[in-house]
Design a protein around this ligand. Structure first.
Ligand code: GLA
Length: 366
């Protein structure tokens, strides 16, 4: 039996919140943690998916011929990828796949994209098709849009596929272009989970997307990427759409300035952009929570920290903290203990390095 191993990392969003589906800009990075899958082809028409982390629902078995039905758990992501590939007439077959992950789910670090990306890499190698990284990323995001039902953009999947050690990714979502920007070695990131399980967020996420497209429509542009603050100020947008648009326009601008700050090594101003981004999430986009706000306020008054913001979709999950490498350990401990003292919740802190993207880990082994 020939077994293949693939790995796809999670990602952290540094700047550019909810800009991806607005045709905008994002700065992100792959992280070391991710999903590892081992799989092989089967000749009995059975697709067997299992995890080492899935609790009760750790196994799902379907026939290759059947119409896949969503079950609301981790298995929807690999099956969604399979469904999209089938619809695109890729020649596939039955297979066995076992997943393991050291990515916390629901933390805003894209464990779902890591499941999708590891699956599509596995299938591409098992069934011998080859696509560009951007096409792989888009197919994975369609799986989420069409099968899982979350109208996400391409940020998570692109970051997981294109990540590079010690680099941030500057992504232009409209042009589908990625540029690597090197990240200073004396700086580091902390990812701090707020420890409060968040309610089902798919509905609110999709609602934000609709509000953004409504704002774009009223501003007379295809995407909010094409609008600017002057245009927004002159418009007669209702308060809610105005705030949503202000967040996206502000975020796009912060990404462009952030790239310049990164390139010139101006990390103090980069950190300030992160904290401003969080404030805009809190006030304009309303995708923060009191726990994330508390974490950001504690983090930004901790020694060595240059900025902090929520990362990913929001509505719970985690914040990302920019901290000097020499202070990161102590800063993580201080943030965690102060947060516990003031909120009663236990946070989880990950020290995080910018890492390489997804890969097929070996050739075939027996
Ligand atoms: C989630 C989505 C992404 C992106 C972020 C917010 O991670 O999956 O496509 O929209 O939220 O920036």
């Amino acid at each position: 039996m020939d077994v293949l191993h693939c790995f796809a990392p999670g990602r952290v969003e540094l700047l550019g919140n909810h800009t991806d589906y607005n045709g905008g800009y994002v700065l992100s990075a792959a992280i070391q943690q991710g999903v590892r899958v081992s799989g092989f082809r089967r000749d009995d028409g059975v697709i067997r998916l299992s995890t080492l982390f899935g609790g009760e629902n750790h196994r799902r078995e379907v026939s290759f011929e059947e119409v896949f039905v969503k079950s609301g758990d981790w298995s929807d992501y690999p099956l969604g990828v399979l469904e999209v590939l089938r619809n695109n007439r890729h020649s596939l077959g039955a297979f066995d796949a076992v997943y393991d992950s050291d990515l916390p789910s629901g933390a805003g670090l894209s464990s779902s994209a890591a499941l999708e990306v590891s699956t599509i890499l596995l299938l591409s190698k098992l069934f011998g098709f080859s696509l560009s990284g951007m096409d792989l990323a888009k197919l994975c995001s369609y799986a989420e849009n069409q099968f899982v039902g979350v109208q996400c953009g391409i940020l998570d999947q692109v970051s997981s596929l294109f990540g590079k050690r010690d680099h941030a990714l500057f992504l232009d979502c409209l042009r589908e272009k990625v540029r690597l920007v090197s990240f200073p070695h004396d700086m580091s990131l902390l990812i701090v989970q707020c420890g409060v399980p968040h309610a089902l967020v798919d509905g609110v996420y999709n609602a934000r997307r609709l509000q953004c497209s409504e704002a774009a429509r009223q501003l007379g542009v295809d995407f909010l990427r094409d609008a600017d603050m002057t245009q927004l100020e002159k418009s007669r947008l209702p308060d809610l759409e105005r705030r949503r648009a202000a967040h996206i326009i502000g975020e796009n601008d912060r990404v462009l300035r952030g790239v310049e700050f990164l390139e010139s090594g101006n990390m103090a101003d980069f950190g300030r952009l992160m904290t401003t981004s969080h404030e805009s999430s809190r006030v304009n986009f309303e995708n923060s929570t009191p726990e994330l706000d508390l974490l950001v306020s504690i983090a930004t008054s901790t020694k060595g920290v240059l900025g902090a913001r929520l990362t990913g979709g929001g509505f719970g999950g985690a914040i990302v903290v920019l901290v000097s490498r020499e202070d990161r350990h102590q800063a993580g401990n201080l943030i965690a203990s102060e947060y516990e003292r003031r909120s009663g919740h236990q946070s989880h802190v990950m020290e995080c390095d910018l890492a390489d993207g997804a890969l097929i880990e070996n050739g075939f082994v027996s």
